[in-house]
Design a protein around this ligand. Structure first.
Ligand code: SAM
Length: 250
């Protein structure tokens, strides 16, 4: 998967490509990361990339010409890659969207806005999709693009150390992940659930399913309502209800 990021702050993005999972994915040649500095495409001697908004008002707007040239340069490298604009006005990003983008594309071109955003004519003529990472406004699109790239990259087979680990992640099948524990067994009197030390994989799986359902029910009731429960899961929940009833009676 090829990620190209158009930005006024390439150092923010290149340092992201140089660390952790992204770096490993690039080393294994499963990912390529490329930054384009929009300012390199400005045409005047002051390297201007923004201008005052028509109609007045505060702030500046990113100019069309350098942005268009930067997008076309990115498209020349990877013509198949859709152009994705980072904007608080876009469709809200989530795990399902991460999976769709990972499955449907060999590459993606991210446009990171700054100031009051970009000239609307670029959005309407050169942008394929507008994505927001949440209902809040940040000063630039760089963090948003990194959030999206990170969550897509870890879905690409071979990028994560353990291929199984993304399968039980939160939001897969509308569930949150089960509780996780690591050494020591006893931390200041708080013990790891016995079953996880038993080596009995059937029982461990059963415990994890229950823990995942409990997490979803308690932390994200909205997700739990959407969840389609299997017969086995319904049984687990009935058992949990019985355990709670016993506790209430005691
Ligand atoms: N004036 C714009 C508006 O109200 O819609 C907001 C511009 S914002 C200050 C500057 C840039 O940050 C945007 O062009 C966009 O690239 C990025 N940005 C801010 N919040 C974002 C969000 N929630 N998701 C994605 N990108 C965001």
């Amino acid at each position: 998967m090829d990620f190209t990021v158009l930005t006024l702050f390439p150092e923010l993005i290149s340092s992201f490509f140089e660390h952790g999972m992204m770096f490993r994915g690039i080393e294994k040649k499963l990912i390529t990361g490329h930054c384009i500095n929009i300012r390199d495409f400005s045409t005047d001697r002051h390297n201007t990339i923004d201008d005052r908004p028509y109609g007045g008002g505060s702030g500046m707007v990113m100019k069309q010409e350098p942005l268009k040239a930067a997008i076309l340069a990115a498209k020349k490298r990877t013509p198949e890659s859709p152009v994705v604009l980072m904007t608080p006005q876009g469709t809200r990003f989530n795990q399902e969207k991460a999976m769709t983008l990972a499955l449907q594309n060999k590459g993606l071109i991210f446009v990171c806005g700054r100031y009051e955003g970009i000239d609307e004519r670029i959005t309407t003529t050169l942008v394929d999709e507008e994505i927001s990472i949440g209902d809040y406004v940040m000063t630039g699109g760089e963090l948003a693009s990194m959030v999206i790239i990170d969550s897509i990259a870890r879905l690409i087979p071979g990028v994560l150390g353990s291929p199984e680990s993304s399968k039980s992640d939160s939001f897969t099948d509308d569930r949150l992940e089960y509780a996780q524990y690591t050494r020591p067994e006893d931390f200041e009197g708080l013990k790891v659930p016995e079953v996880l030390l038993s080596g009995n994989h059937g029982k461990i799986n059963q415990w994890r399913k229950k823990s995942s359902l409990q997490h979803t029910f308690l932390k994200r009731p909205d997700l739990f309502k959407k969840t389609k429960l299997s017969a086995e899961e319904k049984k687990i929940i009935k058992q949990w209800c019985q355990e709670l009833e016993i506790l209430v009676r005691e």
